[in-house]
Design a protein around this ligand. Structure first.
Ligand code: GLA
Length: 383
């Protein structure tokens, strides 16, 4: 990203000097749909980010400009309302949350640009929320902790975007660390950085370039299904509050007889939480073959049991299954489109990308994008 250009674009619109903030998108090695079930996740921040240029205003107005959409939006701090412009809601939602927590801050100008592909499941929206939260905190010296920046951003997504997401994306966008994944326990919110030593291999994202409209409603429905499963177990074990504490045996006994669909959903989550714990050991031991197998198992579960995949994602995972040099692959993120994440041997990356692009085009008449992942740091001032 050209920071000088970012600054001059801001100056042209707002006629004053900005502060620049950068918040990255994320990948997730393993641990899907586990965050809102008090489980573990293992995301990493990437070197693609949302950039915001911001300055304080003397009044209570909020003036926004999106470079990608070439759109302006003006609102007031005194009456923050949802906009019909999706992009603006992520910013307004964060301002609203900070205000609701009782912090005093001034109106602001914000210019937004970035290089996280939109709608690709790389959490560009979480990155925008975190960049806004970081910027308002910095500009006004509010002293909000990093964890609260992530939680504020998550709440903004719930209230202004209507997706009851877990904490993974916003956490990764704030806490990411170059060359590391971070394993987060979403119950205690304790985390450890795990060095991403992939000697001879790289992580490759294959972007389906589709985002099926089902995504948000299905996500919220899965969340409710998990809660229902927990409630049935809790009736017998009152101390249990989430799938984190539930075993397959409990599901067999208390959920399966009630609803097979909910049983399948809950069972996937319970097994996925176990896979993350195993994956952490495998990554630490450099056992990429075993890690790859777990990733395939996660995909199978997401596709057939949790039912959040789609034909494009399944095609890409099937394509690489027997491809020499690919150790593991799975769909990544909420589902119904976006990217698959693949562990691929260095010298096989180019040929894989070339071949999969041709086959994908043939099958769906769609172009596929591929990115070789580089990790990056979490939200910070951009200089
Ligand atoms: C989306 C949500 C996350 C997480 C993933 C699935 O990215 O924002 O909180 O639940 O889906 O793992």
């Amino acid at each position: 990203m050209d920071l000088q250009l970012l600054k001059s674009s801001f100056r042209n619109i707002f006629n004053t000097e900005p502060v620049l903030v950068k918040s990255p998108g994320r990948i997730n090695i393993i641990g899907e749909h586990t965050d809102y079930n008090d489980g573990f996740v293992m995301p990493a921040a990437i070197n693609k980010a949302i950039y915001v240029a911001v300055s304080k205003r003397d009044d209570h107005e909020i003036h926004l400009y999106s470079e990608s959409y070439q759109q302006k939006h003006v609102s007031s701090l005194d009456n923050i309302e949802k906009s019909e412009k999706g992009w603006a809601n992520y910013i307004l939602g964060v301002a609203d949350q900070i205000k609701k927590r009782g912090y005093n801050f001034t109106g602001f100008n914000l210019y937004l640009d970035g290089n996280v592909p939109l709608g690709a499941g790389l959490s560009s929206s979480a990155a925008l929320e975190c960049a806004t939260a970081f910027a308002l905190n910095h500009l006004n010296g509010l002293g909000i902790s990093q964890m609260d920046l992530a939680l504020i951003s998550q709440k903004a997504e719930h209230e202004f975007a209507g997706v009851n997401c877990g904490i993974m994306d916003q956490f990764a966008s704030v806490f990411g660390k170059k060359n590391h994944a971070v394993m987060l326990d979403c119950r205690s919110m304790k985390y450890v950085y795990i060095p991403l030593n992939l000697e001879g291999y790289k992580l490759v994202l294959l972007n389906t370039n589709v985002k099926h409209s089902l995504a948000d409603s299905a996500y919220n429905k899965r969340r409710l299904q998990c809660e229902q499963g927990v409630a049935w177990v809790k009736a017998h074990f009152p101390k249990i509050n989430s799938l984190r504490d539930v075993s397959v045996g409990m599901l067999d006994e208390f959920v399966k007889p009630k609803d097979l669909d909910i049983y399948q959903k809950c069972r996937f989550v319970v097994e996925e939480i176990e896979r993350v714990v195993k994956a952490a050991d495998q990554l630490a031991n450099g056992d990429l073959v075993a890690l790859g197998e777990l990733m395939f198992a996660t995909h199978e579960g997401l596709s057939t049991n949790y039912e959040v995949s789609c034909k494009e994602l399944d095609f890409l995972v099937n394509f690489v299954k027997d491809f020499d040099g690919v150790l593991g692959a799975r769909m990544m993120g909420g589902g119904f489109g976006g990217c698959t994440i693949n562990i691929v041997r260095d010298e096989r990356i180019d040929v894989l990308i070339e071949q999969v692009k041709i086959s994908y085009k043939k099958e769906f008449n769609l172009d596929l994008d591929a990115y070789v992942v580089e990790t990056g740091n979490g939200s910070e001032l951009a200089v």
